[in-house]
Design a protein around this ligand. Structure first.
Ligand code: ATP
Ligand code: ZN
Length: 286
């Protein structure tokens, strides 16, 4: 019986750093990761395989790796039998259709009969079919953004994050096919022990993710404004309130989530809070 988890992550590229970083933040020490095909951890029953991202869904389906980190864009393109266990919140991008900037566009029917260069023929084909648009899909494996410039295609479908690559190549985005981020995937026949390890890992990943979305906040409040200020703070249970050395003042500690952060800070100031400190949280175990 296999008594460890084998995880496949990208060998190098856009997902590599953050995949290794996530394991590190989960307290998993990896031996010497540079230029290796695989490595192990001394403090968690995990072995790491470094692979091309395109191969990860297949390896996980086959059970060569038990779990993997891969972009949803690759996962959907490969269409393998694996289960998504967790969205990881990094590697965010979208699969978009882009056309030469000067070209006229009147909606998706404008793509009829066009030559579309992409590394994602399956998803692009599905998308066009959904709108009953017939086009000529050319699969190419890289540098898709230069295809229109060299006359290989009329339009492209490629991954975009900021849009600066498209801009530099004289292209504009006209349709979004898919929004993507990195996800943790799992093979469907893990043994009992591996499932235990996976749950342990997931628990840690969720604590790290939660912490990233939250900030620890400390502030000073005059006692007569305490009630209003506390009402603005959610906290894990309720805020901690401690008396300051200066009479009539208290120190209030709480946790704020990133989405509501700026809005709350402004309202706290208006309510009379002073000396507001905001501190990152490393782990958050609920
Ligand atoms: P490999 O050598 O592993 O095949 P690759 O060249 O296919 O690498 P990368 O460019 O490193 O892949 O991208 C890996 C993943 O990062 C993508 O599949 C996607 O999920 C994500 N990603 C995030 N932002 C972008 C972006 N702007 N362009 C491309 N991919 C992005
Ligand atoms: Zn790839």
């Amino acid at each position: 019986m296999i008594n460890k988890l084998r995880i496949a992550i990208q060998k190098s590229g856009r997902l590599y750093e953050e995949s290794v970083q996530l394991l590190k933040e989960c307290g998993i020490d990896l031996r010497n990761v540079k230029d290796r095909l695989k490595t192990e951890s001394d403090n968690f029953p995990i072995e790491v395989f470094f692979l091309r991202d395109d191969d990860i869904p297949q390896y996980v389906e086959d059970g060569v790796a038990d779990i993997g980190i891969v972009g949803e864009n690759v996962l959907f393109e490969k269409n393998k039998r694996v289960t998504v266990v967790e969205e990881l919140g990094f590697g965010k991008c979208r699969l978009a259709i882009a056309i030469p900037r000067g070209q006229h566009y009147e909606g998706i029917s404008s793509l009829r009969g066009k030559r579309i260069a992409t590394s994602y023929p399956f998803q692009v084909g599905n998308y066009l079919k959904q709108y009953n648009v017939d086009a000529d899909i050319h699969e190419i494996s890289g540098s898709v953004e230069i295809a229109p410039g060299i006359g290989l295609a009329d339009v492209i479908a490629d991954l975009v994050s900021s849009g600066s690559t498209l801009f530099m190549n004289g292209l504009k985005e006209v349709e979004t096919i898919l929004k993507s981020q990195a996800v943790l995937i799992q093979n469907d026949s893990l043994n009992e022990l591996q499932l235990q390890f996976l749950n342990k890992l997931l628990f840690r990943i969720r604590s790290v993710k939660k912490a990233k979305r939250s900030k620890y906040i400390l502030l000073n409040a005059p006692n007569d404004k305490l009630k209003d200020i506390i009402a603005l703070l959610p906290g894990m249970k309720s805020p901690t309130v401690l008396p300051l050395a200066e009479s009539g003042w208290s120190s209030v500690h709480s946790v704020l989530s990133e989405d509501e952060f700026w809005d709350r800070i402004e309202r706290l100031k208006d309510a009379g809070a002073q000396g507001i400190l905001v501190i990152p949280i490393e782990k958050m175990v609920l």
